[in-house]
Design a protein around this ligand. Structure first.
Ligand code: AOF
Ligand code: ZN
Length: 347
């Protein structure tokens, strides 16, 4: 009971790390005699780990002696960008470590706990679901990014008006929510039709990110990108999945990956090899349908705007038929202004 209370505090701290890229969000709390002495978290990719951040919040490092650390993820055992946290906790005399979940990353997994125990530290693993690092956990379990499908539609199921022009369906609150959703992704993918109709910027504009999601676009010919100059700016990396190689020099943040037959599975496998843990598929309808048909949709976030478009507007996810229905969990539904947000995960 007491343990889960302090773990919640650590989890709340973890969520403050909004720019951790492929690293997990981790929080740590140092407690002695039921008193919280320090709270820390992993602020940004490449920065110190949560445990070290918490230690640095102590008035005196000697306060760590005999204390309990609550940490949402197993302390690391490896010399990475920083030395192993498990060793540091032993050095400063932490007596007990309560861990939210074991680290699925094979460079750590179980080894952190062993170091702690070898140094006589008492270890307890709660295995409570803290809801942290969903994509990180998924990536190490399935060796591919977690794919989220997102679209906004009208009450009559259309994503665009009949004239093939950009149709703003949702209002401010839902648009802000999309920014949040984007900020939690490592890559955002759109197809050529969406590029030409919506000309999306594919950036996070609500917060400054050092590691913004990669803007990934699937096009027939690489030159298509030239018509969307903002994708060539420095705001984020741009990865172009094209059938043809580039014939001219592109800015350094733009990379072209050529394959005459890119498929959803091919793209997902390619991203997995690059260590990408999360992918948001934003559109359009045909690309979404291809991901559904390939059974590559893990999460969906759908916004329904209280409007009718009628006529011949493009419906959501239209394309190949499925051989079997894909089932999703009971959805979470919320109201954002006048728009309905539906989120669910594959069963
Ligand atoms: C973090 N933050 O607070 C903890 C992590 O690339 P490195 O050297 O920073 O190591 C990243 C790995 O360290 C990560 O995959 C996870 O296994 C472990 N723990 N990482 O970024 C933290 N505690
Ligand atoms: Zn560490």
């Amino acid at each position: 009971m007491i343990d889960s209370k302090f773990m919640q505090l650590a989890a709340d701290a973890a969520r403050k790390g909004t720019d951790t890229w492929s690293n997990p969000q981790v929080g740590a709390v140092i407690v002695n005699q039921h008193q919280t002495l320090a709270v820390g978290y992993h602020h940004q990719y490449g920065h110190r780990h949560a445990e070290i951040d918490a230690l640095s919040q102590l008035d005196e490092i000697s306060q760590a002696k005999g204390a309990t650390m609550y940490v949402t993820l197993e302390p690391c055992s490896h010399y990475g960008k920083t030395p192993p946290c498990a060793k540091r906790l032993a050095e400063v005399g932490i007596a007990r470590v309560v861990i939210g979940q074991l680290d699925p990353n094979p460079i750590v997994s179980g080894k952190g706990v062993r170091i702690l125990q070898d140094h006589g530290i008492q270890v307890k693993v709660l295995n409570d679901s803290l809801g942290l690092n969903v994509a990180y956990n998924f990536f190490y379990q399935y060796q591919r990014p977690l794919v989220t499908l997102k679209y906004a539609m009208s009450l009559d199921g259309k994503t665009n008006g009949p004239k093939n022009e950009r149709t703003m369906l949702t209002a401010t609150a839902a648009q802000q929510d999309v920014q949040q959703l984007r900020s939690r992704q490592q890559a955002i993918l759109v197809g050529e039709h969406t590029l030409s109709v919506d000309d999306p910027r594919l950036t996070v504009r609500t917060s400054e990110m050092v590691f913004p999601p990669i803007r990934a676009v699937l096009v027939h010919h690489v030159d298509e990108i030239e018509r969307h100059r903002h994708l060539l700016d420095q705001a984020a990396p741009t990865w172009v999945f094209s059938e043809t190689p580039s014939t001219r020099e592109l800015p350094v943040n733009v990379q072209v990956f050529t394959d005459p037959h890119w498929t959803p599975r091919g793209i997902v496998q390619f991203l997995a090899n690059k260590g990408i843990q999360s992918l948001l598929v934003e559109g359009g309808s045909h690309l979404q349908a291809d991901f559904i048909a390939a059974n590559l949709v893990d999460d969906v976030v759908i916004y329904v705007a209280p409007k009718m478009l009628g006529g011949t507007g493009l419906p959501a996810a239209i394309g190949q038929s499925l051989t079997a229905q894909t089932h999703f969990e009971k959805p979470t539904i919320s109201l954002l202004g006048s728009d309905v947000r539906i989120q669910t995960r594959r069963v």
